[in-house]
Design a protein around this ligand. Structure first.
Ligand code: ADP
Ligand code: MG
Ligand code: ZN
Length: 478
């Protein structure tokens, strides 16, 4: 039978605040020894009282606005009760029925180029737990993470495939990074993801029983676990069985989901309002002030780049990371004076610069090629001062040394030969040295001209203008 996958996602993102959510502990504990960034509040000692971190609340409100959410006038914190060694208080301060923001959407682009909205159910604020390391016979717990501000973003079940989930995560992470409120690094555990998946017969309206896959720590495992679950559930349904409502984990090495607990063991969290914290009132003036602080977001940036002449796909890729988008913007504005059009600049970045970044493992924010110099290089190629092949060599050297394009062209004598008398001589030599190719061409194998062009380019050490060469060749071969 044909099935449609129904997928909803819950994403946790650690917020980049200076201090923790409800105490003054330094939130930058990345390099710190275990249990050194702790105090009575985040250790849950009796009598310790929480104090709200205003910046964390502002960050979630900004995220809510960027995700097109409504900001209710009142929000509150609740206690979510469950026993676990890394949860020192025996409860987590979270938000149950009055989140900071709700009912928004994110737009993603599907593989066929069309846009699709994924509805956001809510974005709320809670505190992170400590971190357990299981050593076999015993476990170690580090409470440095305990009480870190954590935002949870929950979608409606609008996602239909692993590819859509990937696109959603990419867009969500881009927005959080543009806002500067979260690193979104899944490898470091600063962003964590849970996926809810069910199948229904294609064309049916009712949802099937869902399975939740937890603790996914890369985009790849999100996509793979979804693809795996779709196959697994389809096989059960095809065999006339029923999908069980369970919580699963992802076994990266085996490439399959594994059951962690069944519905019968599901927690009853006994939520109740946190008595030690007041209700949060989001006054309009405050919300307006936060809205005014939002930077230009990926969608708007993408539209602007398309209007400047970039292909929609390129505009999307180039706005996924804020640092890349900023580099592109700087190169485009330098491009006007350098005689480099937006489309050419985008091609050079998407092609050669990305290749160099990938090969070297460098970060675009810290490379030696200034955006203005990249534009200058593209300008040299566009004006025919050097050809594209020489341009690639020049960019490699710029990347390695940080020297300006023009200086490299000069020092290496790469300026393109467009002067036809000099080219004519090289072309004639190539014709004389390759009688077989000449004969092929005259017998109708027009492709032979490509071979001869290559010979001329080689003889000119790549400096010949390929267009002039091929014109000369055709004229001489008749
Ligand atoms: P729970 O109470 O089990 O956490 P929720 O209704 O709160 O379930 O939803 C959690 C997530 O699961 C949301 O992202 C939601 O969109 C998604 N979801 C809800 N029902 C389904 C379903 N039948 N199939 C897939 N995902 C679902
Ligand atoms: Mg859940
Ligand atoms: Zn603390």
């Amino acid at each position: 039978m044909d099935y449609e996958a129904i997928i909803g996602m819950e994403v946790h993102a650690q917020l980049k605040t200076a201090s923790k959510m409800f105490c003054g502990c330094d939130a930058n504990y990345a390099a710190a020894p275990p249990n050194t960034h702790v105090c009575p509040v985040c250790l849950g000692l009796p009598g310790a009282l929480p104090v709200m971190n205003r910046v964390a609340i502002e960050y979630v409100l900004m995220a809510g606005l960027a995700l097109n959410c409504a900001i209710p006038e009142e929000a509150k914190f609740d206690r979510k009760n469950y026993p676990y060694p890394d949860l020192v208080k025996g409860y987590q301060i979270s938000q149950y029925d009055m989140p900071l923001s709700r009912d928004g959407w994110i737009e993603i682009r599907l593989e066929d180029g069309t846009a699709k909205r994924i509805r956001i159910r809510r974005a709320h604020l809670e505190e992170d737990t400590g971190k357990s390391t299981h050593m076999g016979a015993y476990s170690l717990v580090d409470y440095n993470r305990s009480g870190m501000p954590l935002m949870e973003v929950v979608t409606e079940p609008d996602i239909r495939s692993g590819a859509e989930a990937w696109a959603y995560l990419t867009k969500l992470r881009a927005i959080l990074r543009y806002l500067g409120i979260a690193s979104g690094n899944m490898e470091e555990g600063a962003m964590r993801c849970e996926v809810n998946i069910s199948l229904r017969p294609a064309g049916s309206a009712a949802f099937g029983t869902k399975v939740e896959v937890k603790n996914l720590n890369s985009f790849r495992s999100v996509r793979q676990s979804i693809d795996y679950e779709i196959k697994r559930q389809a096989a059960i349904l095809d065999a006339g069985g029923q999908v069980e409502q369970v919580t699963m984990g992802w076994d990266e090495n085996a490439g399959r989901t594994v059951v962690q607990r069944s519905k019968e063991e599901a927690n009853d969290y006994r939520y109740f309002p946190e008595p030690d914290l007041p209700v949060v009132r989001a006054r309009r003036a405050w919300v307006d002030e936060l809205r005014a602080r939002l930077p230009e977001l990926p969608d708007a940036r993408q539209e602007r780049l398309i209007a400047a002449g970039l292909r929609p796909y390129d505009a999307q890729v180039l706005t996924e990371e804020r640092e890349v988008a900023e580099y592109v913007d700087a190169a485009l504005s330098a491009g006007q004076a350098a005689g480099a059009d937006a489309r050419s600049i985008s091609n050079w970045i998407m092609g050669e610069l990305f290749r160099l970044l990938k090969e070297s493992g460098q970060d675009i924010a810290t490379i030696q090629v200034a955006p203005g110099e990249l534009a200058a290089l593209v300008g040299l190629v566009n004006r025919g001062a050097i050809n594209a092949a020489a341009g690639k060599q020049v960019l490699e050297e710029m990347f390695a040394t940080g020297r300006p394009a023009a200086a490299i062209v000069e020092a290496r004598g790469l300026a393109q030969i467009s002067d036809s008398s000099e080219l004519e001589r090289i072309v004639e030599e190539a014709i004389a040295a390759n009688p077989k190719a000449v004969q092929d061409y005259r017998e109708g194998k027009k492709a032979a001209v490509g071979f001869l062009t290559g010979q001329v380019m080689r003889a000119s050490r790549g400096k010949a203008n390929p267009q002039v060469v091929s014109e000369l060749l055709r004229a001489k071969l008749g």
